[in-house]
Structures are given as C-alpha cells and as structure tokens.
Design a protein around this ligand. Structure first.
Ligand code: MN
Length: 708
C-alpha cells in the first residue's frame, strides 16, 4: 500500500472530473503531512500513507473534491495538535464540518465495548442525517484499516473485525454500496475465522477450475442465442463472495458442495425490456429450477438493488444461476448511494439518496427513546440487518417488513394511530388473528376501531422496533394516567379522613414533605400513591403537624397484588387491591372498587350488603372491572341447604368435579329436622361457569336451596 502518492490521487480524480479544483487537495495533503509529522503507522510506514489511502478509496468511489480533501485531513484533529478552527480558517466551513464530525465519531471513550460500539453507531447515524459524506469517509477509513489489519494486535484485530461485520457491512448494504459490503464482509470474515476463510478460498478455487470449461460452454451457447435474437448483452462470470457462501451454508445448514450459486453468470444489457427478453431466452434454452426465479426489477430491494435472478438446469444437469440487469442497475448495485453523487452537487441528502435512508428515520427515533446503549444497539441490529418479506396494501402498494412480522407490525408501519386502533386484519381476504405471521406476498388489510387500544400482549409477538416502541409508549402513558387518577382519589380520601382541606396541598409544610419523600410535583405524588409505591396514609401522616411521626421508610417498588394473579382492575395495573371476603366477587359480577385506608382498593360485588354500610363517601368508590388474562380461577362461596341423607356430599362433590371445578374448602352441618347446610369455597373461572354449575346442582335430588 505504499504506492499512494498525491500525484496519483489527483490523476485519478481528473480522470472522472477533468475540471476538478484540485489545488485544495495539494494544500490538504501538505497540511496533513505537516500535522502528522513524524508519526508512524503500526507497521512503521509514515502516517501520511493512511490518509492518502483513504483519499484514494474515496476517489475510487468517484466522490467530490471536498470529500476527498476531508479524507486527507480526517485524522488531523484526532491525532495531532491541529484544531477545527485551524482547518476552518484554511479550508472553509464545509471541510471543517466533515473533519469535525469524523473526529466526534471516534473520540469518545467508554467503559464497556458494547457501550462504545452502540455510541459510535449512534454518532454515525446522527452524522449521516447531517451529511452522508461523513459516513462515506468513515467507511473509507475503516476499509483501509481493515486492509491493513494484520499489523495490529490480536485483541484489536478481533474487535475491529467484529464491529465491521456487525455494523459497517450492514450499513454499507443498506446504502446499496455492494462492493464495499462485500469487501467489509470478506475482510472481517478472514480476520475472525482465518481457517474457515482459507478453507473456503481453496474450495472456491477448485470449484472454479472444475467448472470453467462447463461455464464456457453455457456462455458460448448463450452468446450465439443473443446474437441470433439481436439482443445486446455482456456475459461475465461472477463468484459469490466468501462470507456470502459461509452465511448460506449456515442458514441452510448445507455443506459447501451443496451451495449451487458459488459461480454464476451475469448478463448486463441496455434496457429493462431486454432484461425480461433475456430471461425468456434463458428459460427457452434450459428448464428453470422452480422457486428460484426472483424479480428484483419489479420489486426492488430496499437498497434499490434491481436484477432478475434465475437458476436453470444446464447441459449435463448442472445448475447455473443467472443475474440479468441493465448497466444502470449494475452501477446502483455496486455503488448505491454513492452512484447518485455528482460532482459539485450539494451535500445534503437529496431525494434519490433519501430513498436509501428512510429506514434510519426509525433509528433516529429509537436513539431518542432508547437511552440504554445496549437496547439501542439491539434496535440497530434489528433494523439494519434486513431479512425482509414484501407485503401488499389493499391498494397494491408494496411495503417491506422484517421476517416474522405480524398484522400489528404492519399496522404500526402504516401509522401509529392505525396500530393503536387495530382490532383485526384480513390477509388475502381472510380474517386472521393479530398474532398471525405474515408471509411474503401477502396482501394485508387492517381493520380498526376507535374503541381499541394497544395491549401488553402485543409485545409478545410484534417484531419491529417501531411497533414495540409505540406500544410501550402507549402503555406507559396510560398506566401513568390511571395511577395519577387513582392516587389523587386515594390522597383526597385520606386528607378528608384527617379533616384536611385541599388548601394543605399548597402549604409550605406540603413542600417540605414532598422534599422528604424526594417527589418533585403533585402529579408525581399522585402517581406514586396510585402506583402503590407510597401510601396516602404514610404521606398524610408525615403532613400532620401535631403528631410526631415515626420514620416510615419509602418502599422502593410497588408490591404486586397477591391475590388472583392474572386478574387486574380494568385499565389500572400495579395497584394494590384485594377482593372482599364478604361477597367473593368472580368474573362476570358487576363490581365496585372501594378505596381503603392504605391498603389499596377492595373489590366488592355491586350488590354486596356490606358495601352500603361502609361506602358512605362516594369519593372512595372507584370504577373497576374484570380483565381476565388466561386461564385463571377465582374463589367463590356457595351455601347449600339440602336434605340430610347419606351420600349427599359425595354426589355433590362428584358433580362439581365432573365440570372441572376445584373445591378448595367444604364445611357441613346438620340440623334436627334432617336438613344439611353445606358451605363450599370453589375455584371458578367466571359467572357463566358458576351459573351452569348451580343449575346442575339445583337439579340434584335433595337440594333445597342454593345461595351465594
Ligand atoms: Mn483514520
């Protein structure tokens, strides 16, 4: 790599932009060489060779002079005495901005590698939004470092190679820069798994040798056919890159010998129509392998990749893969976002580039919401590594979704409100459950209802980060709203108990007590109380002036409700409550919640006689309802008056067990007039089940009366 010089760099640039303003490059080179002075690279060569090599890579990408000058200067602030102001004064704002952004990406140090990786990536995403050229220079920098990786220590080598495979290659792929992705992947693969890499390299070479004659025959037949039909087409061979082969072997659990598309033919023609004409020719000469035809021209990949792929059974029964595309499609496949880069074009993301990076809007959102570096990195990996299926809207519009997506993912992909309100979906005209796994080519229609709201259950099956974030956001907001409401009622009720008016909430004492509990605002206090983190009793006790109050430790977390797990008060999660022992409410019973002092909410049946006596104050009543989750039972008390005869209890027990209801308690007593009073505590699912059971019991001979 020592053959890079400023002269050869300038020559390279003038070859694709003869009128380039190259004087800035001479100045940038001089500045960089001066700044790096006697610095050496690890292997001992002068440091300036690195920025020169980076600039040469940028020139290979046919980028503009500004970008290349920034490439020459990219390590000057990082590693030398120079400052941004220095560079701004000499080279202007644009170059200074690029160099400064690059410096920011790599400067921060972190405690853990994961954090560092996540943070580096976050910086890169942000820089990309500002000016995509920052990322292109970063890519060139990384590429040269990867090419010269063998000089580094093993530790560094593995770290850089992993990061390249996990982050740089997927982004290069997303930006459509095929050659760069390929090189990143193969260099990373080679560094991480040298033995595997060398083995594959040997096998590919052998396979190539074996198949050369064969492919030459196929090519010859095909060239003649093209000439006959007067269709222009350049036929060339393509060899799948090593990491691609390795990935395929892993994904399909096959050996190298079973990978059929290691070698393939690529045909480049002039028009889209001729792509399809050539496809027709191929299929008329040889039989296509079913399921192997892919039309990425009709449905381009999200990174704009376009091509027709087909695999045919060639002469002697050997499989051959063909890729057919126009020259323009080929340029886009190789250079992606960089192919839209015209010299002197302004740097901000233009419309064409915009199509490459719509995916990262989601990441921008995620980086705002996910403060934990690890969460963010997971989100990034989920969004950047695209294993996608194509889904159609009822209007025939195509949406790209990750593999495993459900109608809920799709709905959130359309709009947050569509997601929040979705009640069902039709896939290819048929109604499917919300957790249905979408398949490639499905047409999805989302049904919405204004009465619907997101459910925590959805988190168990959605796969897109967008859907996850939106659902969590909604639940969080809703829970807080409910907690505040409940907490406010609990607090008011407690204040009233002590004959304290609302005015106390504005008192100086109040402020002190809030501070004592480390609570910022009244709303937060309500939320704390409603959430069960602090009881209204504890708080108001502290507020009371006369009594010296014992120190009450603030419980760190809310205790989950102990009874009836799986049943919650509708709309209110994480609230302390218990069902009343006087009336044993079960699902299906109309309910009333009664705010008790410091013990959360007690749930009574609406018709409970005990309630009338205690519920003197309406403010202590809260609206509650059942929300049964899963297969959960609730205890209920049943009184029976029967004739006292042998076998009565046995036949009752048998009857109850026969409908699969569990008896958790049984008490019986008899009277002189030959009557028996039996009390059961039964575990039932809901009112319906209980009604069916009591009906059966009533029909049993000897039963006189049944009461709850
Ligand atoms: Mn560098």
């Amino acid at each position: 790599m020592t053959d890079y010089t400023i002269e050869s760099l300038i020559e390279k640039i003038l070859a694709y932009t003869p009128d380039a303003e190259v004087s800035v490059l001479n100045r940038a080179y001089a500045f960089s060489r001066e700044a790096h002075g006697t610095q050496k690279r690890v292997e001992g060569s002068p440091y300036i060779e690195h920025p020169l090599a980076v600039a040469a890579i940028l020139a290979d990408m046919k980028l503009d002079v500004t970008t290349i000058a920034a490439g020459l200067l990219h390590d000057t602030i990082e590693d030398t005495e120079s400052s941004v102001e220095n560079i701004r004064n000499i080279f202007g704002q644009e170059i200074a901005f690029l160099v400064e952004s690059l410096t920011k990406i790599s400067r921060i140090e972190f405690t853990t590698r994961e954090e560092a990786q996540a943070e580096n990536f976050r910086k890169m995403i942000l820089a990309m939004a500002e000016d995509i050229r920052v990322v292109l220079i970063k890519f060139a920098d990384r590429l040269h470092n990867m090419r010269t990786l063998h000089h580094l220590s093993e530790n560094k080598r593995l770290r850089i190679a992993t990061e390249t495979l996990e982050i740089y290659a997927p982004i290069a792929n997303r930006l459509g820069i095929g050659w760069l992705r390929t090189e990143f992947e193969d260099l990373g693969f080679k560094a991480l798994m040298p033995d595997l890499y060398n083995d594959l390299e040997r096998k590919v070479a052998t396979r190539k040798e074996e198949q050369e004659a064969y492919l030459r025959d196929v090519t010859e037949i095909f060239r003649r056919k093209l000439e006959e039909e007067h269709i222009p087409g350049d036929v060339s061979w393509r060899i799948k890159h090593y990491y691609g082969i390795y990935q395929k072997m892993l994904a399909q659990r096959i050996t190298f010998e079973e990978v059929h598309d290691v070698l393939g033919l690529r045909i480049i023609t002039d028009t889209k129509a001729n792509c399809y004409a050539i496809l027709g020719l191929i299929h008329s000469l040889w039989s296509p392998v079913p399921g192997r035809f892919k039309d990425y021209i009709g449905v381009p990949k999200s990174n704009m990749y376009q091509s027709l792929h087909t695999t045919i059974i060639g002469p002697k029964g050997e499989r051959v893969e063909f890729q057919i595309r126009t020259l323009e499609m080929h340029m886009i496949a190789e250079h992606g976002i960089a192919s839209h880069w015209k010299y002197k074009e302004k740097s901000r993301i233009d419309e064409k580039s915009d199509r490459y990076i719509s995916w990262f809007r989601e990441l921008m959102q995620a980086q705002k919401e996910l403060t934990d570096a690890k969460d963010f990195l997971d989100a990034v990996k989920g969004e950047v590594v695209p294993e996608v299926i194509y889904i159609f809207t009822p209007m025939g519009e195509i949406k790209e979704m990750p593999v495993g997506s459900t109608p809920v993912d799709f709905a959130y992909g359309v709009h947050t409100q569509v997601g929040n309100r979705c009640v069902g979906a039709k896939v290819n005209g048929k109604i499917v459950p919300l957790r249905y796994t979408l398949r490639n080519g499905d047409t999805v229609e989302i049904m919405t209802s204004p009465a619907q709201s997101p459910s925590r259950d959805w988190l168990k099956f959605v796969v897109t980060q967008r859907a996850k974030n939106r659902i969590k956001q909604w639940i969080k907001a809703e829970e807080r709203k409910q907690s505040i409401e409940l907490g406010q009622k609990l607090l008011e009720s407690e204040l009233r108990r002590h004959d304290l008016g609302q005015s106390v909430l504005k008192s100086e004492e109040m402020e002190k007590v809030l501070k004592f509990f480390n609570i910022q605002a009244l709303e937060d206090l309500h939320a704390f109380i409603g959430h069960g983190k602090l009881s209204a009793h504890q708080f108001v006790n502290k507020l009371l002036p006369e009594k010296p109050v014992e120190e009450i430790p603030v419980p760190k977390t809310a205790k989950p409700p102990k009874e009836h797990k799986g049943i919650t008060i509708k709309g209110v999660d994480n609230v302390l409550y218990h069902t009343a022992k006087c009336c044993f409410p079960i699902p299906g019973d109309p309910l009333v919640g009664f705010v008790t002092r410091g013990r959360g909410v007690t749930i009574h049946r609406k018709d409970c006689p005990n309630l009338d006596k205690t519920a003197v104050d309406d403010a202590r009543i809260v609206d509650v309802d059942w929300k049964v989750e899963g297969d959960i039972t609730t205890p209920v008390k049943l009184f029976l008056e029967t004739v006292d005869k042998p076998g009565m209890i046995a036949s009752l027990s048998a009857l109850i067990s026969s409908v699969e209801v569990n008896i958790s308690q049984l008490k019986a007593s008899t009277t002189e007039d030959k009557k028996a009073y039996i009390t059961f505590i039964l575990d039932v699912r809901d009112k319906k089940q209980l009604a069916a059971l009591t009906q059966k019991i009533a029909q049993l001979e000897g039963v006189i009366r049944i009461m709850r």
